[in-house]
Design a binder for this molecule. Structure first.
Ligand code: SF4
Length: 330
């Protein structure tokens, strides 16, 4: 057995209910996920599969109510975060676990210069005085590739390009040397060249700081370029987990296989792009049995009544499907 992971999410179940008598959305239905030190772990799935609810729960930012944690644990460096007080969670957030979002413009305060926002974090979490914090902010800006660091730190967020804003957000996120960085669709709003630059930056930060990174994306192509391991989510559950290599070479779960087949680069020349039939179910109406059965080409009667548990099919390669290995229909 290896050492304990940096982060271990076990059986996490989260529901949302806006009114006392209103419908219940089962956003997470027993998520298992782990991230080790220095690992980039990709969390993938279509929109609505529960990726962002998972990351929000890890950050302790779920709005409770209407959210309710029904079950499970989120153990980070040996502590169950769900057992901490609001004040203790606040200290972990930003200092030990930090997050980078899809749209930095929404999270950078438009009224303050970028540098002031970074130095505030450093003062708040690390107790640095102004001079120390300004020096460190400049160092961080250089580290994330913000050329002309001083000038950029003096700028307001609206004066920066999209790529620069994302770099500034990353500088803020890593300012307190977090042990875990959650990057939620960090490149979705960027063009392809900037996407690659940000992916390289994230991979470099892992090397430099030995931090674990949970990299969330709907795009398996992007995840392939950075992740060591991958967890695929569907309808609020983790349906397959393996090394990135195993996922791309020998995916076991039909949903993962269809996701891979729908990547344009994975298509053979002259063949039609495959699409996954149907849609992700509404969290208020998740089908019984295997939630993927209405869309699955391999579904049998058993799939409609019996939810498959996740099982290891090879060391480090788990999938939740009754019929792993069943031949694919023509
Ligand atoms: Fe498809 Fe059945 Fe496997 Fe679900 S359990 S993924 S429906 S074959």
């Amino acid at each position: 057995m290896g050492s304990a992971p940096l982060l271990a999410v076990r059986g996490l179940a989260v529901s949302f209910q806006r009114d006392q008598d209103g419908p219940v959305s089962r956003a997470l239905r027993g998520v298992d996920l782990s991230v080790s030190e220095s690992e980039i772990h990709g969390l993938v799935g279509e929109s609505g599969c529960g990726k962002t609810v998972t990351s929000t729960a890890i950050m302790g930012l779920l709005p409770v109510p209407p959210a309710r944690i029904e079950d499970g644990s989120i153990v980070f460096e040996g502590r169950d975060l769900l057992g901490l007080s609001a004040e203790e969670r606040r200290k972990v957030r930003g200092r030990e676990i930090a997050m980078v979002f899809q749209e930095p413009a929404r999270y950078l305060n438009p009224s303050f210069r970028v540098g002031a926002q970074i130095t505030e974090m450093l003062g708040l979490h690390l107790g640095m005085n102004r001079r120390e914090a300004e020096g460190r902010a400049e160092e961080l800006a250089g580290l994330v590739g913000l050329g002309g660091a001083r000038r950029v730190l003096q700028a307001y967020p609206h004066e920066l390009s999209g790529g620069m804003k994302q770099r500034a957000m990353i500088a803020m996120a890593i300012s307190c040397n977090p042990h875990l960085l959650i990057a939620d669709e960090p490149t979705t709003a960027l063009d392809v060249t900037l996407q690659l630059q940000i992916l390289r930056l994230i991979a470099g930060l892992r090397e430099k700081f030995r931090m674990g990174i949970l990299f969330i994306s709907h795009d398996l192509r992007l995840v392939r370029t950075v992740a060591d391991r991958v967890t695929v989510m569907y309808a609020g559950r983790a349906v397959e987990t393996a090394s990135a290599l195993a996922i791309y070479r020998e995916a076991l779960h039909p949903y993962t296989r269809l996701l891979l087949a729908s990547i344009p680069a994975a298509q053979k020349r002259g063949t039609r792009l495959k699409v996954i039939p149907g849609r992700v179910p509404d969290a208020q109406a998740i089908p019984g049995g295997c939630a993927f059965h209405p869309r699955c080409p391999l579904a049998e009667d058993r799939c409609r009544t019996e939810m498959p548990e996740s099982r290891d099919h090879a060391p480090g390669h788990a999938a939740a499907c009754h019929f792993v290995g069943k031949p694919w229909p023509d």
